[in-house]
Design a protein around this ligand. Structure first.
Ligand code: SAH
Length: 545
């Protein structure tokens, strides 16, 4: 076969395409990082975002595949044990074929491509065929899984060297002839080589590895840890000693993938564990707000250890008939008060104002009232400071705050959602104001996302968040009669209005924010999730602490 390849390579009519500069497009062997999708490198992400073809492994974070361009060909190299979707030969062939067809190919591998990733073999194969390649190193699980368990692989005065080994080649017990399979020499070399030893692919041969090390002189009471699905919300850490960890792992049914860490540094976890102790660790939270608004909440949830699942149940669109909004925007300065009830209202109105060729000066002498800090911030970003921002955001409180300013005979413009209830306008009119209430935007069902909806239906969501009444209504519409899917999740609402809508639709509300903001909602989630943990300590397999 290699003769064949060589012939191809030296063929005078080399088919591989070149870019405008005459340079052939390389195959990128990219390290995806250990599991947390944010742990890919900047260079790796850039390559992924330019890819026509992505050949990915089981251990590469699935969320990363969404970073590939829409329409990119995603090929599962599925090297899961026992489920060889594509053998190594086939992978090599696929990489070469697509590269030779001029496509931007990314080979996405878990961790680092050259640390037990067979990246070297793939690079050699490409080299043989004359196909250029680039290596984008990744954060290896050997170090990152330990770090996320609060275990520094080296530590001044405790461990000055690190060895990373495969556990795959350790053989269990004596062979048929009764001889010990693993070479005692090999174990002695490994046992002495470094202070900290990390074994990848070792779960199935834990007994052989730990016995081999003890026989070779590592103390049986040396601390050892297994980190399963390190850096992900499914992370489970089992700590024991070299002498006991194999039996404990078996007892707890701990499955791959996991990294085995042996050495005194493991004891530092007692003080340095930081990941599983995050306030929302492991909580799978459905975010139903618009795509534009979701990012802030999603980032906050992730930073607290939660797994945010974005399902934009609603979308805000311009109103069909824009004439009333245009007329209102043309007369902004004639009003005593302009009231924005949401961030979406700010975006819709100010964008429209800009489209009409005008700017913040159109507000001139009008005073501006906003409901909620996000609305205030959004307005401030556009150069307008609110004159009034009531501390609480229920209609009653906002009404009271405006009335306290003296609204009798004043002209008030409300810029709101098409579906906003009439209460605020009615209340202001009752207090003697001259109110114009205009729909600045429409709320529609969002495009949602199929995988997230499927996850919800399959019980893969712990908490569903509702940040407005319309998120409730539209999620239920998207569920299309499958509301029972919500029976086994906690339902969290940003405030009484969303809660009322949920209850009216027959849902149970488990969590309601005291302060009706995203911060308030997060605070409520943290309280409930933390409480849940103290009531029923996590006893998942392998959770030893
Ligand atoms: N190239 C990868 C390793 C591939 S070998 C890297 O650099 O990380 C596969 C082994 O890596 C698994 O059997 C397991 O031992 C380890 N591994 C991969 N991801 C892991 C994770 N998130 N947590 C713990 N171990 C992991």
């Amino acid at each position: 076969m290699s003769e064949n390849l060589t012939r191809e390579m030296t063929s005078p009519s080399d088919p591989s395409p070149r870019d405008a500069a005459g340079v052939r497009s390389p195959v990128y062997l990219v390290g995806a990082g250990p599991g947390d999708p944010e742990l890919i490198t900047v260079a790796g992400l850039a390559a992924l975002r330019r890819a026509d073809v992505v050949v990915y492994d089981r251990l590469a974070a699935p969320a990363l595949l969404r970073e590939a361009p829409v329409g990119a060909l995603l090929i599962d190299a599925g090297k899961a044990p026992g489920a060889h979707t594509l053998g190594q030969e086939a992978i090599n062939r696929v990489l070469a074929e697509h590269a030779l067809a001029g496509r931007a190919v990314v080979r996405l591998k878990g961790g680092d491509p050259f640390v037990f990733g067979r990246g070297g073999e793939e690079a050699l194969h490409l080299r043989e065929r004359g196909i250029p390649f680039r290596i984008v190193p990744g954060v290896t699980s050997a170090i990152a899984a330990a770090a996320f368990a609060g275990i520094p692989v080296t530590h001044r005065g405790i461990a000055g060297s690190l060895l990373i080994a495969t556990g795959h080649e350790a053989e269990d017990g004596p062979d048929e002839a009764g001889a010990t399979r693993a070479s005692p020499l090999q174990w002695e070399a490994i046992a002495r080589a470094a202070d900290t030893l990390v074994f990848l692919m070792g779960v199935e041969r834990l007994g052989a590895i730990t016995e081999g090390l003890v026989r070779a002189g590592r103390p049986a009471n040396e601390p050892a840890a297994l980190v399963r699905w390190g850096t992900t919300p499914e992370q489970v850490v089992l700590t024991a000693t070299l002498g006991t960890i194999a039996a404990e792992a078996r007892e707890q049914g701990l499955r791959p993938p996991a990294a085995l860490i042996v050495g005194k540094v493991v004891a530092l976890r007692g003080q340095l564990a930081w990941f599983e102790t995050l306030p929302l660790f492991g909580a799978r939270v459905l975010v139903t707000r618009t795509r534009e608004q979701a990012s802030g909440l999603v980032a906050r949830l992730r930073a607290l250890g939660a797994v945010p699942l974005e399902f934009p149940a609603i979308a805000c669109t311009p109103v069909d008939d824009i004439t009333a909004l245009d007329a209102a925007l043309a007369t902004l300065a004639d009003h005593d008060w302009v009231v924005f009830t949401s961030q979406n209202g700010v975006t819709a109105a100010i964008d429209r104002l800009a489209a009409l060729g005008r700017d913040a000066r159109a507000f001139a002498g009008a005073r501006v009232c906003v409901i909620g800090p996000a609305t205030a911030a959004s307005l401030a970003e556009r150069g307008i400071r609110a004159d009034l921002a009531p501390a609480t955001f229920t209609t009653r409180d906002v009404l009271a705050a405006l009335v306290a300013e003296g609204v009798q005979g004043k002209r008030i413009l409300l810029l709101r959602a098409d579906i906003a209830p009439p209460d605020l306008g009615d209340g202001l009119r009752a207090a003697g104001a001259d109110v114009t209430s205009i729909a600045a935007y429409e709320t529609r069902g969002g495009e949602g996302r199929r995988p997230e909806l499927a996850t919800l239906m399959e019980g893969g969501v712990d908490i569903v968040t509702f940040t407005s009444s319309s998120t409730v209504t539209h999620l239920l519409q998207a569920l299309d009669g499958e509301a029972p899917a919500l029976n086994n999740t906690l339902i969290a609402s940003i405030g009484p209005v969303s809660s009322a809508t949920a209850r009216a639709a027959g849902l149970r509300v488990d969590i309601e924010a005291e302060t009706h903001t995203i911060d308030g909602l997060i605070a409520a989630l943290v309280a409930v999730w933390g409480d849940r943990d103290s009531r029923s300590p996590v006893t998942a397999a392998g959770q030893s602490e």
